[in-house]
Design a protein around this ligand. Structure first.
Ligand SMILES: [Zn+2]
Length: 167
């Protein structure tokens, strides 16, 4: 068992690593100890090991993460994310991605950064809510439909509202 050198101020100097893919906290703690005198980052991505959840997603399908096309000089391996996160079946990847070499790479990597435009083209849910979403000009100039009138309340129907379980 190896001993950890303590940080003079932060002791074991714990850090909760974030998952590179979903950016959620991983179910683990790193004890960085002395860490060259630096305080451990409380939340940082340390590596590209997927968290348990993302590992599960990668078994079921391929993770798609929406991102901006990196500009020259930006880190193409960690592009600016625009908020979309989906898991799609391998079959969709096979049908939707060309050329074949890219499609095969996506199936192997189990994760892929995609542009907002691609999210729109594939009609992935929520594509229009992405940061810097592509605006469909034609849709934008259409007048907004009138708000539907409230249907008269009916006795004995409890369709609306759902349960409070999600609160
Ligand atoms: Zn994750």
């Amino acid at each position: 068992m190896s001993r950890i050198r303590l940080h003079s101020k932060y002791g074991v100097n714990p850090a909760i690593p974030k998952c590179f893919y979903c950016l959620k906290d991983k179910n683990m703690i790193y004890l960085l100890g002395a860490n060259g005198g630096r305080e451990a980052p409380r939340n940082a991505v340390f590596d590209k090991e997927p968290c348990e959840t993302c590992r599960g997603y990668m078994k079921q399908g391929v993770i798609l993460i929406s991102a901006k096309e990196p500009k020259p000089g930006e880190d193409a391996k960690n592009p600016f994310r625009t908020g979309g996160f989906w898991v799609v079946k391998d079959d969709m990847i096979r049908r939707a991605i060309k050329p074949e070499s890219v499609m095969e790479h996506a199936l192997k990597a189990r994760v892929m950064f995609i542009s907002n435009e691609a999210a729109k083209a594939w009609q992935l849910p929520g594509w229009d809510k992405l940061f810097g979403a592509v605006v469909d000009v034609q849709a934008a100039v259409e007048p907004l439909p009138e708000a539907p009138k409230e249907p008269p309340a009916q006795e004995g129907t409890i369709m609306e509202g759902g349960s409070n379980a999600e609160a």
